[in-house]
Design a protein around this ligand. Structure first.
Ligand SMILES: *Cc1c(COP(=O)(O)O)cnc(C)c1O
Length: 391
């Protein structure tokens, strides 16, 4: 029995303070729905921050975790493991053939740290180019790539030097990327930065510049990977093959996991140059395998594309005065509002919909790929009413 009486009080007494919180206690989830401590249900158009691609407590994930928990939970990478081997095979099925080396870790920011080390070790260079509005995580290396000074400025003295260029501006990229650049790090669609998709020409242009200069092209697919955009990975839209891909969020059905993948032709890391105690643990690997198999068996990547197109069309048809722009691909959708998004999020929550901001003025929808038609209709209706009441 959960004693929900004092939960907010206890959390407030002990939390780091790093998270601005909403006054809502979530205690259960199933499919696209989560419930609070009073039994009120919400449609989770956040997927728990982009994680729950299969929704909450999907039977395939529950089964895989339960099974693996009673078999072997922990097994460091100094030993071989069956689940880890199977996961590598699954990953190679969804990534381009060239990309077949992996470092497994436990979060997105750790995947970025790993990618930076890979770039440093494989190119012997130090320069990093990232983009304005980009978000790549909050540990010190990844933080240096993250654009918004609100995350970064207190730690500036501890960060490597990174040049930030305008996103989707190929001329800026041509100026900044040189033969001293180890890596260029971009999102296929900037998520936290406001749901801004890169143009196909931009990603192709970056590929060419990286080929000319020998810099590695790192695609941060932490938010966009595993079907979110209606493709397995966002870069597929541009028909390019990156040198390095970072993954996390939806990779393992809600279990914490991150991964760095790179072109095998570049070689491996030398022994001892990187590591992680929990990286590649069988429990997370089993969840990731189950997630990828389910995404494929239930055709959810294609569904994300169709559902996203339907949602965008419905939202456009509302023709709301307060909406400046609607952007995205598949089930990562940004609705730019004339004004601040916070009151809209509150109005949606009152109507039983949980959504995310992306910056101050963009409402971000990241629903589970399994979301049902009825639930999507409810999101559309709530946005219509919520914007009318708050706009
Ligand atoms: C969320 C996110 C990260 C950071 O992932 P964490 O698991 O929170 O460390 C990095 N890059 C992108 C694109 C993200 O969306």
């Amino acid at each position: 029995m959960i004693d929900t009486q004092n939960i907010t009080q206890i959390e407030d007494s002990h939390t780091s303070g790093a998270y601005p919180k909403r006054p809502l206690i979530l205690v259960r989830g199933s499919g696209s729905t989560v419930w609070d401590d009073t039994g009120k249900s919400y449609i989770d158009a956040t997927s728990g921050q982009g994680v729950a691609l299969l929704g909450h407590s999907h039977p395939a994930i529950v089964e895989a975790i339960t099974q693996q928990a009673s078999t072997l939970i922990t097994c460091p990478e100094i030993f071989y493991n069956d689940q880890r081997a199977r996961l590598y095979e699954q990953l190679t099925l969804v990534l381009p053939d060239e990309i077949n080396r992996f470092f497994l870790c436990n979060s997105g920011t750790e995947a970025i740290e790993g990618a930076l080390k890979v770039a440093r070790l494989l190119t012997k260079r130090t320069g990093i180019v990232a983009t304005m509005r980009g978000f790549h995580g909050r540990t010190l290396g990844a933080l240096a790539l993250t654009w918004n000074p609100k995350y970064r400025k207190q730690f500036a003295a501890w960060q490597p030097n990174v040049s930030h260029i305008r996103y989707d501006d190929i001329e800026a990229a041509r100026q900044a990327i040189t033969d001293e650049t180890a890596a260029v790090v971009v999102e296929a669609i900037q998520g936290e930065g406001g749901v801004h998709p890169a143009s196909v020409e931009y990603l192709q242009g970056l590929r060419d510049i990286c080929d000319e200069t020998g810099a590695l092209l790192i695609l941060d697919e932490i938010q966009t990977g595993f079907g979110r955009t209606g493709r397995w990975f966002g870069f597929e839209q541009a028909e390019i093959v990156p040198d390095v891909v970072t993954m996390a969020k939806g990779i393992a059905g809600g279990m914490p996991m991150g991964a760095v993948a790179w072109r095998g032709a570049f070689g491996q890391l030398s022994g001892g140059s990187h590591g992680s105690t929990f990286g590649g643990n069988p429990l997370a690997c089993a969840a990731a395998i189950a997630s990828m198999v389910t995404l494929r068996d239930e055709n959810l990547v294609q569904q994300a594309s169709e559902k996203g197109a339907w949602l965008v069309e419905q939202l456009q048809n509302l023709d709301l005065e307060q909406v400046r722009d609607i952007r995205g691909r598949g089930l990562i959708i940004g609705i730019e509002i004339k004004g601040r998004v916070t009151p809209i999020l509150q109005a949606l929550q009152e109507r039983g919909i949980l959504a995310l901001p992306a910056g101050n003025t963009v409402l971000r929808l990241l629903p589970p790929l399994i979301i049902a038609q009825d639930d999507m209709q409810q999101i559309v209706d709530a946005i219509k009413e919520g914007l009318r009441s708050e706009g």
